[in-house]
Design a protein around this ligand. Structure first.
Ligand code: ADP
Ligand code: MG
Ligand code: MG
Length: 892
């Protein structure tokens, strides 16, 4: 018989941390903490298998579940000396969701469940505190109505605000028991009006309502979006945790809080967190009151006048510190903890691995390895390669003048600049139009995820370092300033104002998530620091990775950036980019528009010295590292003049009539240029182009090696090859040119000729092609287009629904389609190696910078990946992780 329910509490549990798939992250860790003997309110977890069952059986439960839940409730009752639904000594519970992967804010929690008109009186009596009891009841009505009955919380908030105003109250804590009692009457009326039913008084009905709501929330829009963004499969399901309530709202010796064992923003090794006295549950993160610091050191650093937990409850604080240390050691990772203090007694409510910025991930990984808590290999595995992106982006130049508009909390580091928008929909829309925006909200909620994604940075006027905006922005790697309290936001008029300055939608601001400043206008930024922890971890990664990492670069600037990021050569230099430059486009056009070889050669002669100089400079920057240069690839018509002015300019240079040029240009028109006259086909028709480029490469190599004293490794790459014969033809010209240059200069430049594998036919015939090609570089952009028959430039209109409907797991132009395109890659690699064991294999498509695709390249046995300069560090780390992953798999 399947076990659907697992209990925990009183120093033991039926599950533990390894039961994550079944119990969800929260349930597994509650069990683990119970097993460790930590103070955890007793409870039970309804497994993720019930969620699966629920959806497979038209939202019904397994037959035995009800009995299992009753038994588990009775067990909690025994441990707490209370009874669920009892009018004298009622057991109250929280109902909490908990998926395998933590999904912050995605699923809603109901607290104080079991309260009704009768049990609230018992609660008041037993606690000796009426105010507390009615405060709990009104919270319950509001939460339950929101989560289970789907009633907009504004209904309740409006009534409360109005009431406070009428009474002259400022804080919720100003309300007395009588006030809450009166409000509860109104709250119940709202429920009756909105749901057309009275608020449910039967605790069991409440419980099953809440359990059903948690399971149903697995399929709500917020959860679906979050899963899509984080690659969490729908099939995982969520668990439900039912747990005895402990109360942080029982007066001044009670509190609720959240803490991290290290600073999640910087990674500094210090206890970091916030708490609120006399508060419950989400009050800390909801930004209703400004929370207090946990440690005295943090309070002083924040210049807060509100006392720290360390001073107001020293005993509980000391106990808490010990618990945090124990948990970090036990889990061997930075912990994100939720706790409540009920009348001086500490209760642990949640432990999980803390989300952190890339900076903090790096620092904690490096420091934990140095402390001996984890190994270097684990440190490498701990840092998400894509997150490094955050560190590679600009920060505000400290020397730049700053026009400070306001200051808030430094919630997520990095600087961002953009137009102000006040709604997530606007953010998404403008982003779609190619604009950069800063999302400005009073506070954010899970409904804002799409807007936060679309914006460069986020500014909120309310909420602390653990508010929704702060946590989510850190997870996304977006700069965020939260709780900028002096900023007034006027949604209706789409303006924000601070002490007399008003900005409107569309005005530019810069936010500095590292300092918390909000600045007027666009402010100068600085390039990132690549030494320190970053350098250390990269060094460790480099020591374990097998694949080399090269860059795709054609400009000296890109090549230099890539070198500072650790590129080990150029894997793809697209020579056509060099053709577009102002001073040479006319010569390029002359070459294309000539209808005879003589004319073409004349134009090419003008291009030769420029190309030679380009290559010499790249070789020099790469100082001895391999440089792969691809011969001209795009269809010629891309270079053609369009305007009459441009045509006249070329006509003059060529001494030809504009009419004739227009005609020639019309002749070159193609219906399907992607599959047209491009790649090696150009070299077949006009070998003199390839010859000029080969000469420029050899002569550039000679110039560079004379200057740097380092031998240059030139790799000449022929694009879009489908047969060995095509490659043979072009290679013969290159070899001849090499011989000619050697003859002229007496220098024998080492070189290789290889090809891109970007057509299915080339992959299939890789065995023949490798007889000529000394290297293969998988051009996976074209190989994806030609294998899937999808034009990358036109895909946006139809690919979206494919990923949304799960027909494709990812955008195949971002993450390699391993099953299809990947099979061609593997097959070509194997056939190439069989024909030429020493063949060099690499990838130079967009996928060369995508961690999942890099893991595939490791498995396929490629020698290197090549990606854009900013992705080089990501690729270095991903390649290291792939090598470690492969090692682990082969040991298992
Ligand atoms: P989330 O997944 O959004 O973090 P939780 O289930 O952790 O939601 O609940 C949110 C908060 O509610 C907790 O941090 C805690 O403060 C409070 N809470 C949950 N269960 C209990 C409980 N049994 N007693 C007291 N407070 C609770
Ligand atoms: Mg929450
Ligand atoms: Mg929580």
């Amino acid at each position: 018989m399947t076990k659907w329910v697992y209990t925990f509490g009183d120093g033991k549990a039926e599950g533990n941390a390894s039961g994550r798939n079944l119990l969800g992250g929260k349930g597994a860790n509650l069990a683990e903490m119970s097993n460790l003997g930590l103070p955890v309110p007793p409870g039970f977890t309804i497994t993720t298998e019930v969620c699966t069952y629920f959806y497979a059986h038209s939202r019904t439960y397994p037959e035995t579940l009800q009995g299992d839940v009753d038994a588990a409730l009775a067990h909690i009752g025994t441990l707490t000396g209370r009874q669920f639904g009892d009018d004298v000594n009622p057991l109250l519970v929280s109902v909490r969701s908990g998926a395998r992967a933590s999904m912050p804010g995605m699923m809603d929690t109901v607290l104080n469940l079991g309260l009704n008109d009768a049990t609230v009186q018992a609660l008041a009596k037993n606690a000796g505190d009426e105010r507390f009891a009615y405060d709990s009841y009104r919270r319950f009505i509001q939460m339950y109505s929101n989560v289970v009955l789907d009633i907009d919380p504004h209904n309740f908030e409006d009534v409360l605000e109005e009431y406070k105003e009428r009474k002259g109250y400022v804080l919720d804590t100003d309300l007395t028991a009588a006030d809450w009692q009166r409000l509860i009457v109104d709250y119940k009326k709202i429920v009756e009006r909105e749901s057309e039913k009275p608020f449910p008084q039967d605790p069991r009905a409440q419980l099953w309502g809440a359990i059903g709501a948690v399971f149903s929330s697995w399929m709500n829009a917020r959860a679906i979006t979050y899963r899509r963004l984080h690659d969490i499969p729908e099939s995982w399901g969520t668990a439900v945790n039912v747990q005895a309530m402990v109360f942080g709202n029982m007066g001044d010796t009670s509190a609720t809080g959240v803490a991290f064992t290290r600073n999640p923003s910087t990674g500094a090794h210090e206890l970091y967190g916030e708490f609120l006295v006399n508060a419950q549950g989400e009050d800390v993160v909801a930004g209703i009151r400004t929370p207090q610091n946990i440690t005295e050191a943090a309070r002083i650093a924040a210049q807060s006048d509100k006392p720290s937990m360390e001073t107001v409850m020293p005993d509980v604080y000391n106990q808490f510190v010990r618990v945090t240390q124990l948990l970090e050691k036990h889990y061997r990772d930075m912990q994100d903890l939720e706790f409540t203090v009920e009348r001086g007694k500490l209760w642990m409510l949640q432990a999980r691995s803390g989300k952190r910025t890339a900076k903090a991930a790096l620092r904690t990984a490096v420091e934990m390895a140095n402390e001996g808590l984890i190994t270097r290999e684990e440190a490498i595995a701990r840092v998400e390669p894509a997150a490094l992106d955050q560190l590679l982006h600009p920060t505000i130049d400290p020397k730049a003048p700053r026009k400070i508009l306001a200051a808030g909390l430094p919630a997520s580091p990095g600087a961002a600049c953009g137009e102000i928008v006040f709604s997530s929909d606007d953010a998404e829309q403008l982003k779609g139009a190619g604009r950069k925006v800063i999302l400005v909200r009073v506070e954010t909620s899970p409904e804002d995820i799409h807007g936060m994604h679309a914006s460069e940075g986020i500014l909120t006027t309310r909420g602390g370092m653990t508010s929704h905006a702060a946590v989510v922005a850190r997870g996304m790697g977006k700069p965020c300033v939260s709780g900028a309290g002096t900023v007034r936001v006027d949604y209706a008029n789409e303006t924000l104002s601070v002490a007399g300055t008003t900005l409107k939608k569309g005005d530019i601001i810069t936010i500095d998530g590292t300092s918390g400043q909000v600045l007027i206008g666009a402010v100068a930024m600085l390039q990132p620091e690549l030494s320190g922890d970053f350098g250390t971890l990269m060094g460790w990664a480099d020591a374990v990775r097998r694949m080399k990492v090269r860059t795709n670069a054609e400009t000296p600037a890109d090549a230099r950036v890539a070198r500072t990021f650790g590129a080990e050569g150029i894997g793809l230099c697209r020579t056509e980019h060099m053709f577009f430059e102002d001073d040479r486009i006319v010569a390029v056009r002359e070459m294309i528009l000539s209808d005879n070889e003589k004319g073409r050669r004349a134009a090419l002669a003008k291009l030769l010295p420029m190309q030679r100089q380009d290559f010499a400079e790249l070789f020099e920057i790469m100082s001895g590292l391999p440089v792969t240069i691809r011969l001209l690839d795009p269809p010629l018509h891309e270079f053609l003049p369009h305007t009459d002015e441009e045509i006249a300019e070329v006509a003059k240079a060529m001494n030809a009539s504009a009419e004739r040029l227009k005609q020639r240009s019309a002749d070159l028109h193609e219906f399907n240029p992607m599959l047209g006259f491009r790649g090696v086909r150009l070299a077949v028709a006009f070998p003199e182009i390839a010859e000029m480029q080969a000469r420029a490469i050899f002569e550039g190599a000679i110039a560079a090696s004379q200057k740097t004293g380092k031998a240059v490794t030139a790799e000449i790459m022929v694009p879009l090859v489908m047969t060995k014969a095509e490659l043979d033809l072009v290679k013969a010209r290159i070899d001849a040119m090499h011989a000619a240059v050697k003859q002229e200069t007496g220098v024998d430049v080492p070189y290789q000729v290889g090809t891109m594998i970007e057509l299915p036919r080339a992959a299939l015939r890789a065995g023949d092609i490798a007889q000529t090609a000394e290297f293969f570089s998988f051009g996976t952009n074209d190989l994806t287009q030609t294998t899937l028959g999808i034009s990358r430039d036109d895909a946006s209109s139809f690919l979206g629904p494919y990923t949304a409907k799960g027909l494709l797991p990812h955008d195949p132009f971002v993450t390699l389609d391993q099953e299809g395109v990947g099979e061609l890659v593997q097959l070509a690699a194997a056939r190439g190696k069989a024909a030429r064991p020493a063949i060099k294999l690499g990838i130079c498509g967009e996928h060369g910078g995508d961690p999942a695709s890099i893991a595939f390249c490791e498995k396929a046995g490629l020698d290197y990946v090549s990606c854009s300069p900013f992705r080089v560090p990501i690729a270095r780390l991903a390649a290291a992780q792939a090598a470690l992953g492969k090692k682990a798999a082969s040991q298992a």
